[in-house]
Design a protein. Sequence first.
Length: 153
Amino acid sequence: MTSLRMQSRTPSRDEAAAASVFHPMGKAVMDALPEGIVVFDPYGRMVYANQSARSAVEGIDALTREKILALGGRATRLRHGAMELGEALFLPTQGGATANASTLADRERRAILETLQATRGRLAEAARRLGISRTTLWRRLRAYGVRDFRTSK
């Protein structure tokens, strides 16, 4: 194995975590995308945020998965075979639909979350108000990466 060379500057905590997790080519690809990308490990710890995500959201290091999803993020599980590697959250582009939710998917996600909040997490009632089946509501929640939608009693 090759030894690691000392760099002239000390890398930040985020750079060290990203360097240990991502191949330089993968990191370069994620940095080139206009969409903000935030990657979490299987334990819910943020391990990487590309430059687009950092410029779109101030203080992104302190945000949790749920807060990023509330900003309009879209979740995708990262797997290699049967191994769960973590999760990537994609933020809308800077000129995109964060504030006004211009895409149909953004509007649908917002309607589902607002209805679930109004019904205090009751899926059957939320599905009835939305005019869809509970099964469809479950599928949409899974597709949008929403896990914890029930409010505490």
